[in-house]
Design a protein around this ligand. Sequence first.
Ligand SMILES: Cc1ncc(COP(=O)(O)O)c(C=O)c1O
Length: 337
Amino acid sequence: MHPAQLPLLGSPTPLQSIETSKLGVGSESRLWIKRDDLTGTALSGNKLRKMAYVLSDAKACKADVLITCGDLQSNHCRATAILARQLGFEVHLVLHGRKPQVSQGNLMLEHLAGAAISYCNWRDYRALRDSGFAELVSHYARENKKAYVIPTGASNEIGLWGYVSAYTEILGQCEEKGFKPDLLVCATGSGGTHAGLVVGGALAEQGVPVLGIAVCDNEAYFRQRYSEDVTAFNQRYGYEVQGSSSNFLINDTFIGEGYGKASPDVWQVICRLAQAEGIFLDPVYTGKAFSGLLKLLEEDAITAKNIVFIHTGGLFGLLAQSEQYARYVNLRAQASS
Ligand SMILES: Cc1ncc(COP(=O)(O)O)c(C=O)c1O
């Protein structure tokens, strides 16, 4: 069974060929970038694909209020806030972190969109999330409003469909350009993009290996998460996709100092791609994953001939790190003086 989706995405996003030599990397592999950063400007990125399905379900459930959660600069929360306004929902965001004096990047857009926001420390955030936001749901019920809870990153069995569909789109575009990809690569945070692509391959019965480059948790976490998401997917939609797959590849060695913290190497790759192609990666997700991919290519640790990197967005998270970027520029200036 294929669930309904809202028509949030326009035409397929471009598949762009990239010359690795322009990025200072000598490699036999051919590299493409799937421009899912262009799924829609203020909603850019992978979130729109997942939310097309999740919000169709919210509509079917006759929800009034969307409740979701994430970090202070969560791209997912920003996309939810904006989509809520476009589709006529109220929205309540539960954010992990202290309320900053000045809202930047994603948080600024959430304020502009008039989202209700609760700021929490880690302990309260986790307790609220683990309770399914029961208190908030009851609060809205007392106002006669039905709340619909969306998990972190919209990565559940419904949201998985976003990248199950994207898989078919990507393979079709590769075929049009006359090649078959040997490897798809994406950043992985809550796991839904990566899992969706692997499940897409399983359903198409022509799976291409998908390498998820972790930006937070470790390999064991993501393998377990994949297995749980696939089980829920099978139960809801009546499929028999395996809970482990040889096409599910994961690398957790590029997390660096932690979630949201980019090393000078990552900043360097962000600058290189911006200057070579006018494509902007972000320091939290895509920059880490793409610089990880370039490192693996440099080390000949990847032998795939045709690689497609999925650019999952994150522009507003980049803009929120202007101070970290300035620090990198200073470091670079000191090193070359
Ligand atoms: C820009 C960007 N790229 C990649 C990811 C990771 O996607 P997923 O949460 O589906 O693993 C996220 C999500 O949090 C994101 O905002």
